[in-house]
Design a protein around this ligand. Structure first.
Ligand code: NOJ
Ligand code: CA
Length: 531
C-alpha cells in the first residue's frame, strides 16, 4: 500500500468512499443493491483511485431504518449476500490496496434481536438489564420527557412486563444499556469478529448517544428551537453526549487497537462544540470524528472560510481533520450548492488538509430526487412530516449508464431512480474527459502524487468572492483558488505558476504569468513557481 512519505498512518491521506449497498448495484434483479453488485462494480473504486470503501450496514435487519436496525451483529442480511461474498470483497479490495470499513451500530439493536427478545421476555431474564428499562413516572406516563430523534416520546410501554424501554431512534430500535459491562463485552466481541475477518475499521453510528443520564433528569426546552421539527425542541442535555460515553469510546478504541492499522470514523456532532473530546487526550478515542462543515454550512465565501478556519482551530491541537461532502443522511452537495459548483467542492475536499470522504454518486454530481408520496420509505419522513427531513432523496440508486434503471437493476428499484439527464451517468462521464467524474479522478491522483498529509496550510484573505489558500510541502507550493463569487473574476495575485488542476480541464498545464482569470464556478490548483 502506498504510504505518504511523511506520515505512516494510511487513513490520514486516504480518500474514503461511502457506499449505501442497497442503492449501489443490484446483481440479482430484486431491486436491492447487494454484495454481488459491489463485486461487479469493483473497477469503479480502483479507476477513481479511492483508498477505502465504507459500507452502510449489511447485517440482518427488518429494515425499519434501512439497516440501522440490526437483528444480528455477526451475520449478513440475506438480501445483501453471503459471508463468502464478503470475504471475496475484502480480498479483492485488498488486492487493489483498498481498505474496507463497515458500519458499527453500537447504540441500539432491532427489536427482533435475540438480546431484546430475551430482555423483554421477563423482568427476571438475565438479559433484562441489557436494555434501558424504567418504571413510569409517579403520576403515570413515560419516565421523563426525553424525545426520540424520529418523533414522539423516546419511551415505549411494554405491556408484557409493565415497564418502559428507551429508544433514541425508532421504538423498533431499543437502546442498549452501555452501563452494563456484559453489553460492552458483547459489543467488543462484535468488533473482534469483523476485525478478524480482515475488515480495516468502522464508521461508528450515533457514537455520542451511548449513555443517558442515570438520574433520568428531564431535558430542558431549547428556546432557540421553537421553529424546529418537534424532535429538536429540547436540548439533549441529559439524553445525549454524556461523559460516560467517552469512557465507552475509549474501550472501543482499545479493542480496535488490538489489530494493527485499523481506523475508527464516528458519527458525532462536531459542530456543537469542541470536537477535541471525541479524539481523546491522553487516551485515544476516535481517529476521525466526522466533520460535516462542507455539507452543513453556507457556501457564501466569507462564511465558508470562517467555518473552515474554526474547524481547524478546534481540531488541529487534538487530532487529524477530515472533510465530508456527502452522506446518506444529508441533502446532496449538488442540490445544496448546484451542480456547477460540485467541482469546487471536490477541489476543496481533496486539497484541504485531512482525510477526504465522499458518498456514492457525488463523483457524478447526483442530485436529490423528489420522491412521490406513495414511494416514501424513510421512517424519519413518515414520522416527522412537513419539514423536508426525508432521507430517501439522497438514497436513490446509483446511475451507472443510460438505459433502463440506469443499469442499477434489471428489476424494480426499491426507491425511484428519478429523472436522469443525458450525460449524468458513470459510463457517460467516464467516456468524457471534461466530466465531473474525470475531475474527481484527476484530483485524487493529484492529491496522492503532489500533496502530503502534513503539507503546511496557509489561508489567504478571500478576494472578491474567491477563496484562496496555500499548501506547501515536498512538491513545492500550491495555491488553491475557488471562485464562489457567482461571476467571472480577475485577480492580480502577483504570482507565476502552472495550473495543475482546474474544474476546466482545458486550462490544465497552462502557465500563469499575469492576472489570474477565473470563470464563474471555477476552482483550480496552481503550482507556484519559485523565483
Ligand atoms: C445515523 C445513521 O446514519 C442514520 O441513517 C440512522 O437512521 C441513525 N443513525 C440511527 O441509527
Ligand atoms: Ca439484489
Amino acid at each position: 500500500m502506498e504510504q505518504p512519505a511523511d506520515d505512516a498512518e494510511w487513513w490520514k491521506h486516504a480518500v474514503v468512499y461511502q457506499v449505501a449497498p442497497r442503492s449501489f448495484h443490484d446483481s440479482n434483479g430484486d431491486g436491492i443493491g447487494d454484495l454481488g453488485g459491489l463485486l461487479e462494480r469493483m473497477d469503479h473504486f480502483s479507476w477513481l483511485g479511492v483508498d477505502a470503501v465504507w459500507l452502510c450496514p449489511i447485517y440482518p435487519t427488518p429494515n425499519r431504518d434501512f439497516g440501522y436496525d440490526v437483528s444480528d451483529f455477526c451475520a449478513l442480511a440475506p438480501e445483501m449476500g453471503t459471508m463468502e461474498q464478503l470475504d471475496e470483497l475484502i480480498a479483492r479490495l485488498h488486492e487493489r490496496d483498498i481498505r474496507l470499513l463497515l458500519d458499527f451500530v453500537p447504540n441500539h439493536t432491532a427489536d427482533d434481536h435475540a438480546w431484546f427478545r430475551a430482555s423483554r421476555s421477563s423482568r427476571a431474564d438475565p438479559q433484562r438489564d441489557w436494555y434501558v428499562w424504567r418504571d413510569g413516572a409517579a403520576n403515570g406516563g413515560a419516565p421523563n420527557n426525553w424525545l426520540s430523534r424520529f418523533g414522539g416520546s423516546a419511551w415505549e410501554w411494554d405491556e408484557g412486563t409493565g415497564q418502559y424501554y428507551y429508544h433514541a431512534f425508532l421504538k423498533e430500535q431499543p437502546d442498549l444499556n452501555w452501563y452494563n459491562p456484559s453489553v460492552r463485552a458483547a459489543m467488543h466481541d462484535v468488533l473482534r469478529f469483523w476485525l478478524r475477518r480482515g475488515v480495516d475499521g468502522f464508521r461508528v453510528d450515533a457514537a455520542a448517544v451511548l449513555a443517558e443520564d442515570d438520574l433520568l433528569r428531564d431535558d430542558p426546552p431549547d428556546p432557540e428551537a421553537e421553529e424546529m421539527p418537534p424532535p429538536g425542541r429540547l436540548k439533549r442535555a441529559y439524553s445525549d453526549d454524556r461523559p460516560e460515553t467517552l469512557g465507552y469510546i475509549e474501550e472501543i478504541r482499545a479493542v480496535v487497537d488490538e489489530f494493527p492499522d485499523r481506523v475508527l470514523l464516528a458519527e458525532v456532532d462536531v459542530a456543537s462544540g469542541d470536537p477535541g473530546r471525541f479524539y481523546g487526550f491522553d487516551t485515544p478515542r476516535f481517529h476521525l470524528p466526522l466533520n460535516y462543515v462542507l455539507l452543513d454550512c453556507s457556501w457564501e465565501p466569507d462564511a465558508l472560510g470562517a467555518e473552515i478556519d474554526a474547524y481547524f482551530a478546534s481540531v488541529m491541537s487534538h487530532g487529524w481533520p477530515n472533510w465530508v461532502i456527502g452522506s446518506h443522511d444529508k441533502p446532496r452537495i449538488a442540490s445544496k450548492i448546484g451542480y456547477d459548483k460540485v467541482g469546487i467542492a471536490a477541489v476543496l475536499l481533496f486539497t484541504l488538509p485531512g482525510t477526504a470522504i465522499l458518498y456514492q454518486g457525488d463523483e457524478i454530481g447526483m442530485p436529490d430526487v423528489e420522491i412521490p408520496r406513495d414511494r416514501v420509505r424513510d421512517p424519519f419522513a413518515l414520522r416527522v412530516p412537513g419539514f423536508g427531513l426525508g432521507r430517501d432523496p439522497h438514497r436513490v440508486p446509483m446511475r451507472w449508464s443510460p438505459g433502463p434503471n440506469a443499469d442499477f437493476t434489471t428489476g424494480e428499484p426499491w426507491l425511484p431512480m428519478g429523472a436522469i439527464e443525458s450525460g449524468s451517468t458513470v459510463a457517460e462521464q467516464a467516456a468524457d474527459e471534461m466530466s465531473l467524474l474525470h475531475l474527481f479522478r484527476r484530483l485524487i491522483r493529484f492529491r496522492h502524487s503532489a500533496l502530503c498529509p502534513r503539507d503546511s496550510f496557509r489561508p489567504w484573505r478571500n478576494q472578491a468572492g474567491v477563496m484562496l489558500f496555500e499548501r506547501h510541502g515536498r512538491a513545492g507550493r500550491h495555491l488553491v483558488a475557488a471562485n464562489l463569487s457567482g461571476g467571472r473574476r480577475l485577480l492580480d495575485l502577483k504570482l507565476r505558476g502552472t495550473v495543475a488542476i482546474s474544474t476546466r480541464p482545458d486550462r490544465e498545464a497552462t502557465r500563469l504569468d499575469g492576472p489570474l482569470e477565473l470563470k464563474r464556478d471555477e476552482a483550480l490548483v496552481l503550482h507556484i513557481e519559485s523565483d
